[in-house]
Design a protein around this ligand. Structure first.
Ligand code: ARG
Length: 600
């Protein structure tokens, strides 16, 4: 059986058709007035308009046909011609049983035609510190990856590591100047040392220094630019040193992402597209797309007439193409950020042939992707519309600006997780949770609570909006928070454990009480939440559903005694409902990348 909305839409469509009106208008939606009905169909209004008939009368005729259907407890016409549907308890019970039995998908429907999807997210850079944009990209991207995979698509998550730009030239020169590149700077084919003394701490320290120096010291900047171009052109010693930087950085990032339960299928970097460069440049040239512009090579991507006003250095204003041309080769001969992105599209086309590629990257890079995607379509590297930039808003500080540490620096993921874990410990103690557990188990739980708080806070906001970082609020055990949802899951788990100890088993679901109806309706709505989140690429719809399940369960548990239910059959039914609620809550949380502990 499909979800109730679909089942009911079919029933109502049949009644529409029997009345000779357009069945496509029969669409059923959850009721605006849950106190009066479970679902409603407003289609009779539009249908009557098309037929120039009286909408109330038409709705009445359709309602009459539906009344005979035993799946409805009542069918009523309201207002100008709305059809209000109240479902029979038996239908709700049947659907709830189905959700309960669906171990893998908790009642959610899969896609009809699975696609090959690449999700480009995370996007950390070698040596450059991660900023909050990388955190959001990791959290949102991981959730989308899980969501798409859950619905049946073949998904490849790629970290698209920033390992190829100017920062690599900066690091090579800076390491050389500090005497950390011994043996790597000689020209020729080597041999080069198998190891280098450069540590992660060196990279962390050297990058900001070198970046600062490049701004002030043109000679230093030029050396770094030259080193970048030489690296890209394959100078062996530079490649060997670079490979060491990448390895050191990647290991550290893997650990940090691991702590966040973020996991990539591919740890490719911008550099992995480098082998595509000769072919790509030849193709762009042969098709006339690559043109000379002031010493650089660019691809024009704006259509005729697509312009915007641009102020020049001398103060004059011109109409410039919009989006601006994609810079492919700089005047120094280096590949740029857009170049590697374009070559990566070609690389992925050959390696994965994706039907869809989603880029989960800060909204502020929207123009960059517009340029790259247009160039890719022009070059025939992707089917028009198959590349999507999923931008997101920023995580802001209390001042409304992108979050900074108290010292004014960029956020280090490690520090954020530590800070959140401290707060989680504090909160658990305050709430007297986990006091009876071993120190190891307590630590593991504090970590889960911390990650749940951070992720849920992020994912409960629509992807496109910005939000304010407020650890106190994120970490509360009350309200729409990760810790609240973990707590509710743990509560259900403990209820089920107690029942098992008493020898009580889940059994056939019977719906009788209002709170049971409401819980069954909530469980049914998961399928829509998941497919809407998928269609809109909006994980917050799953987050909202998780919260709804927790609340529905709470109300149910308050109104309907489970362990001390009036009789064994009712107890078995309520246990089955509880188990289904737990499974769906945990499934939704898993889709958000959140793990639930067994106890707390
Ligand atoms: N490394 C980039 C940055 O830090 C993000 C990469 C996003 N992905 C991409 N295909 N460009 O801004």
């Amino acid at each position: 059986m499909s979800d109730l909305k679909t089942v009911l839409s079919e029933a109502v469509a049949a009644a529409f058709a029997a009345e000779g009106v357009d069945a496509a208008l029969a669409r059923v939606t959850p009721s605006d007035r849950p106190d009066l009905a479970d679902f409603q169909s407003n289609g009779a209004l539009a249908a009557a308009k098309a037929l120039k008939a009286n909408p109330r009368e038409l709705a009445g005729k359709i309602a009459e046909r539906l009344t005979a259907d035993p799946r409805f407890a009542s069918v009523e016409v309201a207002g100008p011609g709305f059809i209000n549907l109240k479902l029979a308890d038996a239908l709700l019970a049947e659907r709830a049983a189905e959700v309960a039995a669906d171990i893998e998908h908790a009642g959610a429907a899969l896609v009809a035609d699975p696609r090959k999807v690449v999700i480009d997210y995370g996007g950390p850079n070698v040596a450059k510190p991660m900023h909050v944009g990388h955190l959001r990209s990791a959290i949102i991207g991981e959730s989308l990856k899980r969501l798409f995979r859950f619905r049946g698509d073949h998904v490849t998550g790629d970290a698209h590591f920033g390992d190829w730009g100017f920062q690599m030239g900066l690091l090579i020169v800076a390491c050389g100047d500090e005497g950390l590149a011994e043996g790597f700077l000689v020209e020729g084919d080597g041999p080069f040392p198998a190891d280098s003394p450069v540590t992660l701490a060196d990279l962390d320290r050297l990058y900001p220094l070198a970046a600062g120096k490049a701004k002030e010291d043109p000679a230093f900047r030029d050396r770094a630019r030259k080193a970048t171009a030489e690296l890209q052109n394959g100078r062996p010693g530079y490649r060997a040193l670079w490979a060491h930087f990448v390895a050191v950085s990647r290991e550290a990032l893997k650990r940090e992402y691991g702590d966040l339960s973020v996991d990539f299928d591919l740890w490719n970097g911008e550099s992995d597209a480098d082998p595509q460069m000769p072919e790509m440049l030849a193709h762009l040239k042969a098709t006339g797309l690559l043109v000379e512009d002031d010493g650089a090579q660019v691809v024009h991507v704006a259509k005729p007439g697509e312009t915007r006003k641009k102020k020049l250095a001398d103060g004059s204003v011109i109409e410039a193409p919009s989006p601006p041309p994609l810079l492919v080769i700089s005047s120094e001969g280096s590949a740029m950020y857009g170049t590697t992105d374009l070559a990566t599209i070609l690389d992925r086309k050959k390696a994965l042939a994706p039907d869809l590629a989603l880029y989960v990257v800060d909204e502020r890079q929207a123009e960059h992707f517009e340029q790259v995607f247009r160039a890719a379509y022009l070059a025939g590297y992707a089917v028009e519309g198959s590349l999507e930039h999923l931008g997101f808003g920023t995580m802001n500080g209390q001042d409304g600006k992108p979050f900074k540490t108290r010292a004014g620096g960029v956020l280090k993921l490690r520090d954020l997780i530590d800070q959140a874990t401290d707060k989680a410990r504090e909160r658990l103690h305050e709430a007297k949770l986990g006091d009876d557990l071993s120190p190891e188990e307590f630590e593991a739980i504090a970590h889960k609570v911390a990650i749940a708080a951070l992720k849920f806070a992020d994912l409960s906001n629509a992807r496109t909006t910005s939000y304010v970082f407020d650890l106190d609020r994120f970490m509360s055990f009350e309200g729409k928070t990760g810790p609240y949802l973990l707590y509710q899951s743990v509560r259900i788990k403990s209820l089920l454990r107690k029942a098992a100890e008493q020898g009580a088993e889940p059994g056939a679901i019977v719906i009788a009480e209002q709170a049971e109806r409401d819980l069954a309706l909530t469980l049914d709505a998961f399928s829509t939440a998941v497919s809407d989140a998928y269609d809109k690429r909006m994980p917050h719809l799953v987050a909202e559903h998780a919260y709804r399940v927790a609340q529905s369960f709470s109300k149910f548990y308050a109104a309907c005694p489970v362990l001390v239910a009036p009789d064994a059959a009712t107890r078995a039914s309520r246990l089955a409902l509880s188990a289904a609620a737990l499974r769906q809550l945990e499934t939704a949380l898993t889709l958000l990348g959140i793990e639930t502990p067994e106890r707390m």
